[in-house]
Design a protein around this ligand. Structure first.
Ligand code: AMP
Length: 412
């Protein structure tokens, strides 16, 4: 009697490596179940912390380690040990691939990609356009490769979903030779979220993604809007870097570019000072000192004028993008809110669509106020344009894309 071949591996470990942190999830793609989730933070400091939560049956609950974790390699080794303690080790034959979030894929990477030396070199070449993010992503990939050299490492790019934008949306109106020489164009970010949320919105409307046009508002600490026509991104608010577009927690979003040279000439600020000002000390935090929308709403309720103005500026910008993307799309089936603010802040949703009835947008205030972890429509049935709330799930999307790629490969 011949023994049947072992079942194909179905688990994906998703790694999101930041400059001093690693977030991870282990998923089983047979049913998209999470087997473990965790986070290592303050890597390289004395006070590093690993929080690991096994979610398999009989899992013993959250475990925490504190104390110095020197670098990403040590962090990943610690994660591997925690997973092994739950019988989910990286040496398991059930692990199909490791999926890595990579922020910048430039023009070349429009799809998830199995990483080899040449791909890694190309991700490295993009460091000048993503200096804060790509180096950490590269370190994560190198470390994971060293731990499991035989396993496919799949890079899933934040920019990939936006590579379908037409040149008219992607190009800035600056000298073409200069732009091309320095790869200056709109790349867009949060693409994994925009892809997932626009597809889930189509599902919620009971339609195929090809048949719907949606405006996705990803409102977290970082925030971006995108116009998605028939499942393809046709415009997005973030640009060469994640600084452009909406008002964010600490980032300014759109400003007249002349602000930067004005600050150099008149205020004597250095390029690094201005970079810090616009990326870290602007947005909601710059306007009112807080970047948490819960705190801002609380202050507004107490009559705080600065918090009120910050909120109004945030909403004004959001409305402008809804209007702009309505015009870009021509016909809109849904406006969808996602991420920390979009999923939780009913007053933001209400204010953003208030006064847009002529465009076919309306809210059911009862539905809008209801709290739920599920995707839902919060507009009345008569509204021409649905308003929806769809919780984003970037880890699941990365796992799906990585699994689809390696399962395809194993069929070759
Ligand atoms: P994210 O980057 O998607 O994790 O979103 C983080 C942001 O979501 C926080 O900075 C808050 O502004 C916002 N947020 C989270 N929970 C709530 C809530 N219950 N109400 C309002 N805003 C929230």
């Amino acid at each position: 009697m011949t023994t049947p071949p072992p079942p194909a591996p179905t688990r994906i470990l998703v790694l999101n490596s930041g400059s001093s942190s690693v977030k991870y999830q282990l998923l089983d793609m047979r049913n998209a179940a999470r087997l473990a989730v965790g986070l290592v933070e303050r890597i390289g400091e004395q006070t590093s912390r690993l929080v690991h939560t096994p979610l398999v049956d009989g899992g013993a609950g959250l475990r925490e380690r504190t104390g110095p974790i020197a670098d990403h390699e040590a962090a990943l080794r610690a994660v591997a040990e925690e997973l092994a303690a739950d019988g989910l080790g990286l040496d398991s034959p059930e692990l199909a691939a490791i999926g890595h979030r990579v922020v910048h894929g430039g023009l070349r990477f429009s799809a998830p990609t199995v990483v080899d030396d040449e791909v890694l070199a190309e991700i490295e070449r993009l460091v000048p356009v993503a200096p804060l993010h790509n180096p950490a992503n590269i370190t994560g990939i190198r470390t994971a490769r060293a731990l499991r050299p035989d396993l496919p490492q799949v890079a899933v790019f934040d920019t990939a979903f936006h590579t379908t934008m037409p040149e008219s949306a992607a190009r800035y109106a600056i000298d073409v030779e200069t732009a091309d020489a320095h790869r200056i164009r709109r790349y867009g970010f949060h693409g994994t979220s925009h892809a997932y949320v626009s597809r889930e919105t189509a599902k919620l409307l009971g339609k195929a993604p090809e048949d719907v046009n949606v405006i996705v508002l990803h409102l977290g600490n970082g925030a971006s809007a995108s116009a998605v026509a028939g499942g393809r991104c046709v415009d997005t608010s973030m640009g060469l870097t994640p600084l452009e577009g909406l008002v964010m927690g600490t980032r300014s979003g759109d400003v007249d570019p002349a602000v930067t040279f004005h600050l150099r000439r008149v205020a004597g600020m250095s390029t690094d000072d201005i970079d810090t000002l616009l990326n870290k000390k602007s947005g909601l935090v710059g306007l009112c000192g807080d970047n948490d929308m819960r705190e801002i709403r609380r202050r507004i309720d107490e009559g705080d004028e600065r918090a009120r103005l910050a909120f109004d500026i945030y909403i004004h910008r959001l409305k402008k993008y809804i209007g702009a993307y309505y015009a870009v799309l021509g016909r809109v089936d849904a406006v969808v809110f996602t991420a920390g603010v979009g999923e939780n802040a009913a007053p933001v949703r209400a204010a953003a669509v208030a006064g847009l009835e002529e465009l076919g947008l309306a809210l059911d205030s009862g539905l809008n106020e209801e709290r739920s972890p599920h995707a839902r429509i919060v507009s009345p049935p008569y509204a021409r344009v649905a308003v929806a709330v769809v919780p984003t799930d970037e880890e699941l999307e990365i796992a799906r894309q990585a699994f689809a790629l390696v399962s395809e490969d194993s069929l070759d």
